[in-house]
Design a protein around this ligand. Structure first.
Ligand SMILES: [Zn+2]
Length: 70
């Protein structure tokens, strides 16, 4: 839970970027989208649906994952 805050400290990002950062496989249903419209992702810069939270299932998928340095 606290880890997810680290992801978003530089702005909200899209699910693809979270998956890339963590080497995770979050599905659309694992993520919570507060806004129905795409916004510019703070990381990849593309217009995407921005993840604003994770479901319990999504959090479980991130347990034990750490950010992959690029
Ligand atoms: Zn992105």
């Amino acid at each position: 839970m606290t880890k997810f805050k680290n992801i978003t400290k530089n702005g909200f990002i899209c699910r693809n970027c979270i998956n890339r950062l963590y080497g995770a496989r979050l599905e659309r249903t694992d993520c919570i989208y507060d806004e129905p419209y795409p916004r510019k992702c703070a990381r990849c810069g593309e217009m995407r649906n921005i993840v604003t939270g994770l479901t319990l299932g999504g959090k479980i998928k991130l347990i034990g994952k750490s950010v992959i340095k690029e």
